[in-house]
Design a protein around this ligand. Structure first.
Ligand code: G3P
Length: 215
């Protein structure tokens, strides 16, 4: 399973990259809005830190606008992936980007049918938002199970990028289902490695070692 960080914060991206387990970065307009500086400059900085797919979202909602914005960001770096919302012009743009060799991450996906369309249009990644489904009392993980099964049935090459991940159990369940990637905030990445019994066990080892050192 690949781990992406879901942020545009350079400090968090550097910290996650230093762990050696970071495979890519996802951003969206809300995450970019939290940071200072121009969109393009932030993207270039991210590309300098992480050698993997970096998702940059278009904000146009029409086909031509999406193509214009997507082609412009794709030119910034070879690792840029254009994020298109799962609406009709987004699907059309995905197909065109596919034909042009520009990778697409189809975002704001909340149903299996949307995921089928994303794959048929040639999206490299599909981003089902599981946390936001959980928020409205719908099982987000059930959607991951459906998409993984459907993509497997038809050998679709689109990778399942589990998004809107809120806690470690989302990561565990997505991994059990065979999802390709989880993108998550830095706070969740940190939680994946933490365990109180590890801390208690380490403290005991170190306390006992003090007795050995005194010999
Ligand atoms: O990047 C898209 C997605 O991960 C957003 O997550 O927490 O705003 O639902 P969230």
């Amino acid at each position: 399973m690949k781990f992406f960080i879901d942020t545009a914060n350079i400090d968090e991206i550097k910290k996650a990259a230093s762990l050696g387990v970071l495979d890519g970065v996802t951003t969206n307009p809300s995450l970019i809005a939290r940071e200072k500086g121009k969109f393009e400059d932030i993207l270039k900085q991210i590309c300098d830190i992480v050698d993997g797919p970096i998702s940059a979202e278009v904000t146009a909602t029409d086909y031509e606008g999406m193509l214009r914005e997507g082609r412009a960001v794709a030119k910034l770096h070879k690792n840029i992936v254009v994020k298109c919302p799962c609406i009709l012009p987004g699907l059309q743009a995905t197909k065109t980007f596919f034909e042009e060799g520009i990778p697409v991450n189809m975002t704001l996906v909340f149903s299996a049918t949307q995921a089928i369309f994303a794959a048929k249009a040639g999206a490299r990644f599909v981003s089902p938002f599981i946390g936001r489904l959980d928020d409205i009392s719908t099982d987000g993980m059930e959607l991951i199970e459906q998409i993984v099964q459907i993509y497997d049935n038809y050998d679709f090459a689109t990778e399942v990028l589990v998004a809107s991940v809120r806690h470690p159990m989302h990561v565990v369940e997505a991994a059990m289902l065979g999802a390709d990637i989880c993108t998550m905030p830095y706070s969740v990445i940190e939680k994946l490695i933490q365990h109180p019994l590890t801390d208690i066990g380490l403290k005991k080892f170190l306390d006992d070692w003090e007795k050995v050192k005194g010999r």
